[in-house]
Write a protein that binds this ligand. Structure first.
Ligand code: CA
Length: 214
């Protein structure tokens, strides 16, 4: 679908492995039940996802796509520093962050300022984006200290927020923008990118917008 990035949410298993899942339990997307932090990776691998798939570990995703895609990876709290350190380890191992990395191939996003600051401590040059469900203007002063952009909830996003962010040279990437109407509105507000479940639709609306402005 020609997306610029693939967006990955992380959860940490009981035995310290990172898996790609949005929720903190396996209930909604697999045939199992329970909290991921109480299960080992091999227990999670026994579960089935509709269509005969298995829950991917981050390592499998990184090994599958390698340098062929860009990654927009979300760390979650309250799993403490362990998640950040394991993420850094896997990315360093593959030179996806650090001196041999291509700038922007990996973006780290989080609602947790603590997590982003923690990663910033080890990899200041890896781009980070702070997610925010409220999109308050007064958050931007803090965000610009460790991040290259803000990821506001689309419903909370205002023109003012975009303008204030741009004054600080911060990118604005709202989530999750799905309908054509909303994608159009986001582009009109001047966002630099957006999270969507429909990258093909997003790509289409972006090219329409480019055509308009020639
Ligand atoms: Ca996410």
């Amino acid at each position: 679908m020609d997306a610029d990035y693939i967006e990955i949410d992380l959860q940490l298993t009981k035995d310290g492995h990172l898996i790609c899942m949005h929720n903190s339990t396996v209930d909604a997307t697999t045939d199992g039940k329970g909290k991921i932090k109480d299960m080992t990776l091999s227990e999670i691998k026994e579960l089935n996802i509709k269509g005969g798939h298995k829950v991917p570990s981050l390592e499998e995703v990184l090994d599958h796509f390698g340098r062929d895609v860009n990654y927009y990876i979300e760390t979650k709290r309250p799993q403490e520093e362990e998640m950040d350190l394991e993420l850094i380890r896997l990315l360093e191992e593959r030179s996806l962050i650090g001196v041999q990395a291509y700038y922007g191939q990996v973006v780290i996003q989080s609602f947790s300022e603590e997590s982003l600051k923690n990663i910033h401590k080890y990899h200041a040059s890896t781009p980070k984006v702070k997610l925010t469900s409220s999109a308050q203007l007064d958050e931007l002063d803090a965000i610009e200290k460790y991040a290259i952009g803000a990821g506001p909830k689309f419903g909370a996003l205002t023109k003012e927020f975009v303008e204030e962010a741009k004054k600080r040279d911060l990118y604005v990437h709202p989530y999750t923008v799905n309908s054509r109407k909303d994608i159009e509105k986001a582009l009109e507000l001047g966002v630099d990118g957006f999270f969507t479940n429909y990258p093909d639709r997003g790509r289409d609306e972006v090219s329409k917008k480019f055509d308009i402005y020639g």
